[in-house]
Design a protein around this ligand. Structure first.
Ligand code: HEC
Length: 203
């Protein structure tokens, strides 16, 4: 069976074609309603909430809004890391064949010899959850459970000296971590950047 992701991707690819077909073939009062397209132009299927669920994973990283339920600590995270991450990121995340270290460099962000790691760079800890859930392991993104993502995030933060080995990370504790580089970025003060990102019932 095609996965939700494959279907959603296909629908996204087809969307412009459906729109084009609608403009060409349907009276203007019906334009935009692909389900009313005449036979021949009717392909694809409506996108369900379930289809979209795996795409709807935004986290407002500053305060952690959008972090899912679940929890994990560095002990479990180490096991996940050694199974699923070590091949690319190296032992204890010190660097592997395709990516450099994810540990250390704290305090180097504003120097000429900066070492960029989650510990030295990220202003907010939930960025780590968001990044790993979306993109890692690179060969199988979105294959980890939320508990595994919390756990492996805890492990990387622990290697950076930012949480204890058995500290539980969850939707409450993760945003409460004060990252060393929280104030290291210059805030963009152009007027159109001041909006607060909407997370529920957005227009
Ligand atoms: C197949 C190789 C591969 C595997 C396996 C892999 N990664 Fe990665 N990872 C990468 C690459 C390559 C990048 C850099 C991507 C980029 O910069 O676009 C990266 C980047 C990252 C980053 C961002 C680092 C930063 O400095 O911002 C994190 C965090 C991360 N990986 C965590 C993980 C975790 C956790 C796992 C295991 C669950 C994992 N990765 C498995 C290849 C891999």
């Amino acid at each position: 069976m095609a996965s939700a992701k494959t279907i959603a991707r296909t629908l996204l690819l087809l969307a412009p074609l459906v729109g084009l077909a609608a403009c060409m073939a349907i009276p203007s009062t019906q334009a935009g309603h692909a389900s009313q397209a005449p036979p021949g132009a009717a392909f694809g299927k409506p996108v369900s909430e379930q289809d979209l669920a795996s795409w709807d994973i935004d986290i407002r990283t500053k305060d952690g809004i959008g972090l899912p339920p679940g929890k994990g600590d560095a002990v479990l995270g180490r096991a996940v890391f050694e199974q699923q991450c070590i091949a690319c990121h190296g032992e204890k995340a010190k660097g592997g064949p395709v990516f450099g270290t994810m540990v250390g460099g704290i305090g180097s962000f504003k120097t000429n010899t900066r070492v960029l790691t989650p510990g030295s760079m990220y202003p907010y800890a939930p960025i780590l959850f968001d990044y790993i859930r979306r993109a890692m392991p690179m060969n199988a993104p979105q294959s980890l459970t939320n508990d595994q993502v919390y756990a492996v995030s805890a492990y990387i933060l622990h290697l950076n000296g930012l949480v204890g080995e058995s500290d539980q990370l969850n939707a409450q504790t993760m945003p409460a971590i004060v990252m060393p580089n929280r104030n290291g970025f210059i805030v963009d003060d152009r007027p159109d950047t001041s909006a607060v990102r909407c997370m529920t019932n957005c227009k």
